[in-house]
Design a protein around this ligand. Structure first.
Ligand SMILES: [Zn+2]
Length: 113
């Protein structure tokens, strides 16, 4: 289950971004082609976060669609998995531009009073 090491990296990134502050929420973006199982990622978060400054934090997962750029008509489009044709011209040789990402989008830290 490589989600554990992936989540470990995300938590390290979050901790570095928070600069020592406690974290109340993390938002991560997961592409459908990343090979990451969201349920496993949540499990990894539950297992690892209590030992970090993200203890008790909320995990928001943003799941993206595969994104393509069509070299024929220049369209940028997103499609469900299994349907990769350009909606503009019907070409099926779009270049993959996104969908395999796993990244930390943002963190929330408590407001300082
Ligand atoms: Zn096209």
């Amino acid at each position: 289950m490589h989600e554990l090491s992936l989540m470990s990296n995300l938590l390290a990134d979050a901790a570095a971004a928070a600069d020592g502050a406690p974290i109340c929420a993390l938002r991560v973006r997961v592409g459908p082609l990343s090979g990451v199982v969201v349920e496993a990622l949540r499990f990894a978060f539950e297992a690892l976060s209590p030992e970090t400054c993200a203890a008790g934090a909320r995990l928001d997962v943003e799941e993206t669609a595969p994104a393509f750029h069509c070299p024929r008509c220049g369209a940028d489009y997103e499609t469900p998995i299994g349907a990769y044709q350009c909606p503009g011209c019907g070409a099926a040789d779009g270049e993959l531009r996104g969908g395999n990402e796993l990244e930390l989008v943002s963190i929330e830290v408590p407001d300082h009073v």
